[in-house]
Design a protein around this ligand. Structure first.
Ligand code: FAD
Length: 299
């Protein structure tokens, strides 16, 4: 459990009612959401709590809390989600990873989320993680989606998708067919991997609709604030960086990189929303300024 007694004093626990992301998307014209990861240090925890609280003024539809590979942060992820939901008063999505994990373990984790009043779950495969225990274990996100569907049918289940294709997929067509299987297994909402060229999102959504995927597809956006970092991330997840964007960032000061990154993300978001995206999911990396600037520019 997170050990900040003073949080409880400053922010009395108010049990929020049950709200699903599905319902929030239907209700809000443009639903903004912010993704955070559970910090490793006490200083990080203090700073994240303040960041989330300050970002509440931007009226996010929900925030989501990531989970380490193999479920390594599962208790912390859930504690953060419960604190944000009940003490700060923002709806939450809990990320769950299933690769190498048993059904019993995952059923227990789903039950823990339900008992905290959380019913929005982002069902993921994850990458790597600790050695798998003996017995039957999950291999793909669809295994977890089926477990959620069987054990917590009232949950709103979100899933990941990849406008430029997933790095392990043999080809984009097969990747999309597997996404359709995930959707048919019980997904309510899709959230995309980050991308920097909207053409990828628009053509992906067209291809998804053409094969009968009807779920809302929330685009995932990360304003560039650090060139080396974005190069590292995109290499890992297979997203591409437009040449013109990279050229404009070359040789710039730290401040100018942030300015250019925010301008690019703001243009991306404005175009996505104008052309029917249901909202924007921001990869915040636990920092607020760049995301705040983009949301304020949009409003
Ligand atoms: P899957 O949907 O299982 O797909 C993984 C790959 O397997 C794809 O190439 C797919 O085509 C293929 N595949 C699917 N089904 C089959 C099948 N039956 N047979 C053969 N191949 C198949 N990672 C974390 O560790 N923690 C997080 O909190 C986290 N949050 C994320 C949030 C978002 C919005 C996104 C987009 C990603 C997130 N990730 C996170 C990263 C994610 O775990 C990785 O991208 C992972 O490699 C794939 O997860 P998935 O759920 O998309 O997997």
């Amino acid at each position: 459990m997170l050990g900040y007694a003073y949080w409880g004093q400053k922010c009395p626990r108010r049990i929020l009612g049950r709200v699903t992301v599905r319902a929030l998307l239907a209700e809000k014209k443009h639903a903004f959401s912010f993704e955070y990861f559970p910090p490793k240090t006490e200083q990080g925890e203090r700073s994240l709590f303040e960041t989330v609280r300050a970002m509440k003024s931007l009226d996010p539809a929900f925030v989501s809390i990531t989970c380490g590979a193999g479920g390594s942060t599962k208790r912390k992820t859930l504690d953060w989600a419960a604190k944000i939901k009940h003490e700060i008063g923002i709806e939450v999505v809990v990320h769950m990873t299933c690769l190498g994990r048993t059904r019993d373990e995952l059923v227990g984790e789903i039950e823990d989320a339900r008992s905290e009043g959380i019913e929005n779950l982002l069902a993921l495969r994850g990458d790597g993680g600790p050695p798998a225990p003996d017995g039957e274990v999950c291999k793909f996100a669809i295994d977890l989606i089926r477990i959620i569907e069987e054990t917590f049918p009232a949950a709103c289940t979100l899933g990941a998708c990849y406008p430029e294709g997933h790095v392990d997929a043999e080809n984009r067509e097969l990747d999309l067919r597997r996404l359709k299987e995930k959707c048919d297994a019980g997904l309510d909402v899709l959230v995309t991997q980050l991308f920097f060229d909207n053409a990828h999102y628009f053509s992906f959504v067209d291809r998804a609709r053409a094969i009968g995927i009807e779920q809302p597809v929330i685009p995932g956006i990360m304003p560039v604030t650090d060139v080396a970092q974005v190069e590292r991330f995109t290499k890992m997840c297979g997203a591409t960086l437009p040449r013109a964007l990279m050229a404009s960032l070359e040789g710039q000061t730290k401040e100018d990189v942030i300015k250019i990154g925010v301008e690019h993300a703001s243009r991306q978001c404005a175009e996505l929303l104008a052309h029917g995206a249901p909202g924007i999911h921001f990869y915040t990396l636990n920092k607020s300024p760049a995301t705040r600037m983009v949301v304020e520019a949009l409003r």
